[in-house]
Design a protein around this ligand. Structure first.
Ligand SMILES: Nc1nc2c(c(=O)[nH]1)N[C@H]1C(S)=C(S)[C@@H](COP(=O)(O)OP(=O)(O)OC[C@H]3O[C@@H](n4cnc5c(=O)[nH]c(N)nc54)[C@H](O)[C@@H]3O)O[C@H]1N2
Ligand SMILES: Nc1nc2c(c(=O)[nH]1)N[C@H]1C(S)=C(S)[C@@H](COP(=O)(O)OP(=O)(O)OC[C@H]3O[C@@H](n4cnc5c(=O)[nH]c(N)nc54)[C@H](O)[C@@H]3O)O[C@H]1N2
Ligand code: SF4
Ligand SMILES: [Mo]
Length: 719
């Protein structure tokens, strides 16, 4: 029997941009996916990955039912109750023998894009009470949380750049034209940047590569990887030395600026110029322009987070915005007021309540840095990790020294993965529990509405019916939780709650008690889930507005401009500067950085043929001078060698690169065998994280320093 087409409006959940899409469905299959012109936030913009949502849906390699690895290494399908029972049993057995910390958890990026995982993951994590919790946060935005925690009192109080109203956008280590923006949800980035320029504003990009975003910019400055904190210090030096600061009303809201003046006084532009690769005159001009702009905002993302001084960078960016009066003001950086305010639901974020067993790195917010996962598995002794549960993560490709992690995983007594691909990580699991695909489930962006450049709300009901018996992520997590809590009194209550609640009810509750909510008044004027269902294109709740001091969570209700936890790391920066200035740094070595491409999505969308077609994209970018000096030619196979490992990739000679810096995209390396990703394994590329170094972290918060890795290069044969 055939039926008519139905049209479903929803938000794409693949990256942070929350683009509105229009999905045409017939007989429970996707006919087409287009940008939704009526979505007030994205206004029709989509990228090529939105259409790939239907390829993901139809991908024959996508797992639909649980599988278990057999002793011979094959995989066999098992029922859901077998899978859940055996996973719970595997975890319970290891915990019973070796204690709660012997189980490690790794949560990957897609959890943050899943309503169900966000609601049902945390209770399971808490119940498992292991200190060995890991997530993609520590290869990503951890420094933002640490800076926010100590300056504003809560890890989730992240100031968002007001890209639509600013006059000067100073952007460090981000490439939103390719990534579509991060911690700055704003679909249609190119259009927004062009609008900024059309209203007379300027975009200045600081990046060791002339990126797609830098191409649009009014000014691009090459910076030596890992030295942005020095540049930021020097900008502050100029502003504070020349008394250009204009904090306005923020002066009363923050601790005194003088302490910052003292700290920055050690970093005059002349002192940092050689180390950063940016001339002193350039730094003076940039500082004065930034201070003089009617509304300016400094924004720094992945390239200044996942590097040696990520924590200092994110702190100094906030300080720069604050002393120039651009924090909490239109056109600067503001806090959001999302319809479901998740801030109170999360802890403030503590640092260093415990330290990792082997290397002594600090936890933050209950998590240890992902860079130490493999050593915790490989190092014998009390507290050794012997079991692992991964949920929506691919740490073999996404955390530093992936080869070492890969060698560690087979040593585990037990491993299970909640994931719909048999990939480089999940192939080491004993059991894989595959959830439904994105179009088969309800969606609401609990996190990305919190990070958006306008206050918006949008609910997306499932567009497709899952196959009978399929489980959503939240059901897998809740059912696992129930099995693991078998003996506890709370078990029955929990089961009832899960049955009664479900993500929709919890979301409705969150909307009702949120800042625009109708509370419990059934006929009130405020927001409810029902109202969102009646607005399928989403609701615009207006521009970001000043909200300080109300939103602050510090005990004294002040912004802490120079918190001791952060200033304690300044001497390390000073030492680094001294080392760089005396030339004690690398000889003949190049510094390796990563990059993103519009058609990739971290490590997991390369099984979609239309996203990997055309020229190979996993190339090593190198400046012509560096290539010429070594006698390398375009297209030649080059081996990249670091302390951690070696990979081979084809060379692409390009003056996009700063001399002395090379770039390889992240998320490739699908040639490992034992996976079930037919298309990806035909376009394998090389994994950047086979050469990044697990020992290279930001000492302040443990974030992996995957940018700025010293490497040697030599001619090779393509392997
Ligand atoms: N060198 C270097 N390393 C990096 C980066 C870099 O720039 N350079 N970037 C870092 C960043 S920013 C991030 S966020 C991390 C990402 O690191 P990870 O989160 O570890 O890796 P992903 O590639 O996002 O893999 C996501 C996994 O989730 C599965 N998946 C997708 N959707 C769902 C779902 O709805 N439910 C479930 N259960 N599974 C799902 C996919 O099949 C895949 O296995 O990588 C980091 N690593
Ligand atoms: N198409 C696509 N979109 C994505 C993703 C994807 O994989 N593909 N991933 C999503 C995820 S999980 C995230 S977190 C976001 C990330 O979004 P972005 O933060 O925009 O990340 P990147 O595009 O990796 O940009 C990082 C930039 O930092 C530069 N860089 C490297 N080292 C340094 C340094 O030391 N200093 C400076 N100043 N710059 C440096 C790099 O050259 C690069 O241009 O993108 C999201 N969107
Ligand atoms: S930019 Fe692309 S992947 Fe990101 S939300 Fe929009 S359509 Fe989806
Ligand atoms: Mo990320």
């Amino acid at each position: 029997m055939t039926s008519a087409n139905t049209t479903h409006y929803r938000a794409c959940n693949l990256c942070e941009a929350m683009c509105g899409i229009e999905v045409e469905v017939r007989n429970n299959r996707v006919v087409s996916i287009r940008g939704d012109d009526d979505d007030p936030f994205s206004r029709g913009y989509i990228c090529p990955k939105a259409i790939a949502l239907s390829d993901l849906q139809d991908d024959p390699d996508r797992l639909r039912r649980p599988i278990r690895r057999t002793p011979s290494g094959d995989w066999t399908e098992i029922t859901w109750s077998e899978a859940l029972d055996q996973t719970a049993e595997g975890i319970r057995a290891v915990r019973a023998e070796h204690g709660a910390d012997s189980l490690a958890l790794y949560l990957g990026n897609p959890n943050v894009h899943s309503l169900g995982s966000l609601l049902y993951g945390p209770p399971l994590l808490r119940a498992l009470r292991t200190r060995n919790r890991f997530s993609a946060t520590s290869v990503d935005q951890l420094p933002h949380h640490v800076a926010a925690r100590f300056m504003f009192g809560h890890q989730l109080l992240l100031p968002i750049p007001d890209i639509d109203r600013t006059e000067l956008l100073l952007m460090l280590g981000a490439n939103p034209v390719a990534s579509n923006g991060s911690l700055m949800t704003a679909p249609g980035m190119k259009r927004r940047l062009r609008e900024l320029q059309a209203r007379g504003g300027r975009l200045i990009v600081v990046d060791p590569r002339r990126t797609e975003t830098a191409e649009l910019a009014d000014r691009h400055l090459f910076v030596r990887p890992g030295t942005d904190a020095l540049l930021l210090m020097a900008l502050l030096h100029v502003i504070l030395e020349e008394r250009l600061e204009q904090p306005g009303r923020l002066a009363e809201l923050a601790t005194p600026i003088d302490e910052m003046r003292t700290i920055a006084s050690d970093f005059p532009p002349e002192r940092v110029a050689m180390a950063t690769g940016i001339e002193a005159g350039e730094i003076f001009t940039l500082a004065r322009d930034f201070a003089a702009a009617p509304a300016a905002v400094c924004y720094g993302r992945l390239g200044v987070s996942t590097q040696e001084f990520g924590g200092l960078c994110q702190w100094l960016i906030n300080v720069l915005n604050l002393v120039t009066g651009n924090l909490d003001r239109a056109g600067g950086a503001l806090f959001t007021r999302p319809a479901v305010d998740v801030v109170p639901a999360f802890g403030h974020g503590q640092l260093g309540r415990w330290r990792s067993r082997v290397r002594g790195l600090p936890e933050f917010g209950g998590e240890l840095p992902a860079a130490i996962l493999s050593e915790e598995i490989l190092t014998p002794g009390d507290g050794q990790v012997r079991a692992l549960l991964t949920v929506a993560g691919n740490p073999v490709l996404s955390t530093p020294n992936g080869r070492q992690l890969e060698s560690a995983l087979p040593r585990l007594d037990f491993m299970a993965s909640v994931d719909f691909y048999l990939n480089e990580t999940t192939r080491h699991a004993h059991i894989i529990l595959p959830p439904t695909a994105p179009l088969e489930r309800d969606h609401y962006d609990l996190i990305f509405h919190l990070l958006a450049v306008r206050n918006t709300a949008k609910f997306s009901p499932a567009a497709l019916r899952p196959e009978p018996g399929a489980r959503h992520d939240w059901q897998i997590l809740a059912q696992l939780h129930r099995r693991l809590e078998r003996r506890s009194l709370g078990k029955r209550a929990l089961a009832t709650l899960n049955r009664w609640a479900g993500p929709r009810r919890l979301l409705d509750l969150g909307l009702r008690i949120g800042p625009y909510g109708s509370r419990l008044n059934p006929v009130g004027a405020g927001l409810t889930l029902r109202k969102l269902l009646r607005s399928p294109h989403g609701i615009d709740l207006g521009p970001l507005e000043p909200c300080l001091p109300d939103r602050l969570r510090t005990a004294d209700r002040k912004i802490h401009l120079a918190p001791a936890e952060l200033t304690a790391d300044v001497p390390r920066l000073d030492q680094r500067l001294t080392a760089l200035s005396t030339g004690a740094a690398t000889h003949g070595q190049l510094l390796l950085i990563g990059r993103r491409d519009l058609r990739s999505n971290n490590s997991w969308m390369h099984n979609v043929p239309r996203l990997v077609s055309g020229r190979p994209r996993c190339t090593l970018l190198m400046h012509p001078v560096d290539a010429g000096r070594r006698g390398f030619e375009d297209g030649q196979a080059i081996a990249l060698i670091s302390r951690a490992g070696r990979v081979v990739a084809p060379l692409q000679v390009s003056d996009q690169m700063m001399p002395g810096v090379v770039s390889l995209p992240h998320g490739w390396g699908h040639d490992r065998g034992g996976t079930r990703m037919t298309t990806a394994s035909r376009h394998p590329g090389a994994s950047l994280n086979d050469v990044t170094d697990d020992l290279q972290v930001d000492a302040l918060c443990g974030t992996a320093a995957v940018n700025g890795v010293p490497v040697r290069v030599e001619a090779a044969l393509l392997e």
